[in-house]
Design a binder for this molecule. Sequence first.
Ligand code: MV4
Length: 454
Amino acid sequence: MFKRILIANRGEIALRINQACRELEVETVAIHSTADAESLHVTYADESVCIGPPASTDSYLNITAILAAAEITGADAVHPGYGFLAESADFAEMVAECNLTWIGPRPESIRLMGNKAEARRTAAAAGVPVLPGSSGPLASASEAVALAAELGFPVILKASAGGGGRGMRIARSAAEVENLFSTASQEAERSFGDGAIYMERYLVEPRHVEFQVLGDRFGKVIHLGERECSIQRRHQKLLEEAPSPALTPELRREMGEAAVRLTASAGYENAGTIEFLLDLDGSFYFMEMNTRIQVEHPVTELVSGVDLVKEQIRIAAGEPLTADAGFEGGVFEPRGHAIECRINAEHPDSFAPSPGLVTTFHPPGGPGVRVDTHVYEHYRIPPFYDSLVAKLICHGRDRAEAIARTRRALDFFVVEGVHTSIPMHQRILRDPDFVAGRLSTRFMERFPAPKKRS
Ligand code: MV4
């Protein structure tokens, strides 16, 4: 096992990684920007190093400063968390070159899955369903138009180097394909330095269902079931739950086996997520693989009993997977139901960030309630980073109990000084479609922001 892990992140996930390290009796090193000197992730670590000014590019993305911090504190491993450098194959490579262990997949895996057209090809080769579309990047607008005519409309153009909704265009006619192909390619070139574009048939109202996978150094791969992530706005997830209300045990087994097949075929090591689109008729299609621990990992922890961050650390230390130890015949079955609400500091009308001083902070507790947060009373939320205040994760024996607990916990979660998305979550948890489990990626279109009173 490691002696000392450098946590290359901030906020709630830095605290979450610190908790896992403590339980494994591994020492921790925090890094922080000048804006985060008073942050809990700094207080709770054994050691801390200031790595630069507030802007992310000068601090949490400053590879040279982070590696120097690891060197001077004698760390032997780096955990990247999510966001920032978590999916930088170059950073993972440099960590290894500094004789540090990267707590995550090998750089080649990050690179493979970071190229969305390559990831799609790898999935298809592993016998995982993909939507009808191009076999790789498209060479020209005319090739795109010809393929779209074959597939039928609508189609979606995606940047190979994009992902998470960046660099996508939906086309409903040949003329739109013709037009959008060049703008999409130019935008991808500008944003990612890679103009490659591929195409798929477009599903109009799917669900986003993703599977948690784990692979160890010995080639063992398992899944820990799925998370339903359809409730999102502008590609930002707002609420996630496990299991998905849409999955039967049979569909879970089928999708889980597909996720494991892809993960194993890529020789993938550590924690990952296979994202699927699930159509109304129960057809599912590979979308992307995320090569990091995700924001919504706690819902999987609550229905599996597995500490995913500890499992990541053990895998990186060369230990064999044990996460399936409690499952009947090694086959995962969710225990109860969990719901996560992402509580952001944002204006309820515009969804614009609402940073500033938190004057009152009373997080809820009680049976089945978990709050992952770095916020405390009198903490000042800096304007430089994401606006996540806390993740409220509630567990129940079934979905109805998880909903009741989430409603109760939201009603008694007091945050003053900044605007938060708590009222939005209260409305979602009372929505008849939500309660019935009728979800799709278009769910939030029916939730217009309340109009400002004048
Ligand atoms: C799609 C799609 C429908 N059909 N691909 C959005 C994020 C990026 N990972 C891919 N995305 C989508 N790809 C096909 N062929 C719909 C989306 C999509 C979406 C997916 C998951 C969650 C929310 C979404 C919101 C809009 C579009």
